[in-house]
Design a protein around this ligand. Structure first.
Ligand code: ZN
Ligand code: ZN
Length: 409
């Protein structure tokens, strides 16, 4: 891959970048900083298929491996949550609030933690933490270039929980892998450039910033799609994907010719990639906070603990629906929606499986599904309130049709 990218850069006449890319790609692979050490969640177990007359022997399934951490698959109970934001900007880049004011506004709104992710400027874990509130490390690596049709594409990669090393800009002031904003004339090259660039960036996030990579807003300017992200994830797995970026100028939903963020997520999941979905503010002003967030089932409120729990997928994403519990026992997934009983008919839950297929839809405050009744590799839930407010649980991986391990490459 590195050779292909370097060849491409050579074609594009960026010799300085070729040098920096060569050294970057030559780094020894290091373990992700947040590999699980204590098994808080039971090791994933394949769920027994539904009983039938002629019982077939259970399929041998590979052990889960790879950069994604422990994935819920065994029984678990999430009943206590802490609320946080993983995408916000300050005056360190193009935000309107200073980082101190931004974090104070989040804390006043009931947030327990925030990762400030300024464009091409890294914040380190705990840089602004104070009593009862955790400031996580973050950066949004933010290159862009112009496509042959004149539109720009801005494939951004988030980096959270890292060591504070800024990745986004070279000493010349340009993104390290692309150089000055540029026009790419050959439309066939655009996707290859996107894939190579995203792969290089994700590897830098893991290896240099020792952080968790986030694939930001795939539909910003309709720049990415599932085909591109499957190629990226094959080469450089990422376990966090924004499925509900609430920035006003970001698109998330499908149209006649584009997949929505959730469809992209389901394509990745159906191909066996273990990806967790995020709702985010992508806030640039005080008025934009508290639109999209995550609720982490965390046993502690330190940066280290939160980062481990986020890496493990122990959270749900929300744009306004609150859950008081997510339970998975003996193959049965149950949600408890935090709302008054009188509002029960207004909450609709879809349980979604492989291929993005809706397995069942239920109204009420305690939707539930017996996953053993379905031949699917994963199940996730999406709760909708009055068409606009939602909550998304992370997928429960019931099988491992494909294993992705960066260390094998
Ligand atoms: Zn962005
Ligand atoms: Zn942003």
């Amino acid at each position: 891959m590195a050779e292909a990218l370097i060849g491409l850069l050579r074609q594009m006449r960026f010799p300085a970048l070729i040098v920096s890319m060569t050294s970057a790609c030559g780094l020894a692979a290091t373990e992700l900083a947040y590999e699980p050490t204590d098994p808080v969640v039971a090791a994933p177990q394949p769920v027994a298929p539904a009983q039938s007359e002629q019982e077939e022997p259970p399929e041998e399934l590979p052990e889960p491996r790879g950069p994604a951490p422990v994935v819920p698959g065994g029984d678990f109970e999430y009943v206590r949550f802490v609320k946080g934001s993983l995408h916000s900007h300050s005056t360190r880049s193009d935000g309107q609030l200073s980082i101190e004011d931004s974090l104070a506004a989040y804390a006043a709104t009931g947030f327990d933690f925030v990762a400030t992710t300024d464009h091409d400027y890294a914040t380190v874990n705990d840089e602004f933490s104070r009593q009862g509130f955790v400031s996580l490390g973050g950066e949004e690596i933010s290159p862009w270039f112009r496509k042959p049709d004149g539109n720009t594409v801005s494939p951004h990669v988030g980096s959270i929980c890292g060591n504070g090393v800024t990745l986004g800009l070279t000493a010349d002031g340009f993104p390290f892998w692309l150089g000055p904003p540029t026009a790419i004339e050959d439309p066939l090259v655009v996707n290859d450039v996107l894939v190579s660039s995203l792969v290089a960036t994700i590897r830098q996030v893991r290896e240099v910033a020792e952080a968790l990579p986030v694939l930001n807003h795939p539909n910003f300017r309709r720049g990415l799609n599932s085909g591109i992200l499957l190629r990226v994830s094959d080469e450089a797995p990422f376990s966090l994907l924004e499925i509900a970026n609430q920035n006003d100028i970001v698109l998330t939903r499908p149209d006649a010719t584009h997949e929505g963020d959730e469809e992209i997520w389901d394509v990745l999941l159906s191909a066996g990639h273990r990806v967790f979905g995020l709702a985010t503010d992508d806030s640039h002003s005080g008025g934009a906070i508290n639109q999209g967030w995550i609720q982490v089932a965390s046993s502690g409120k330190s940066a280290r603990q939160l980062c481990q729990d986020i890496a493990r997928g122990r959270f749900y994403a929300s744009t306004g629906v609150a859950l008081s519990a997510i339970l998975f026992r003996q193959g049965v997934l149950t949600l408890k929606v935090a709302a008054h009983e009188s509002e029960a008919p207004s909450f609709e839950t879809q349980f979604i499986g492989t291929g993005g297929v809706v397995l069942t839809t239920q109204l009420g405050l305690e939707p539930s599904i017996d996953t053993r009744a379905f031949d699917v590799s994963y199940v996730r839930a999406k709760v909708t309130y009055e068409r606009s407010k939602m909550a998304w649980t992370q997928p429960i991986f019931l099988r491992y049709p494909e294993v992705h391990d960066e260390r094998d490459r």
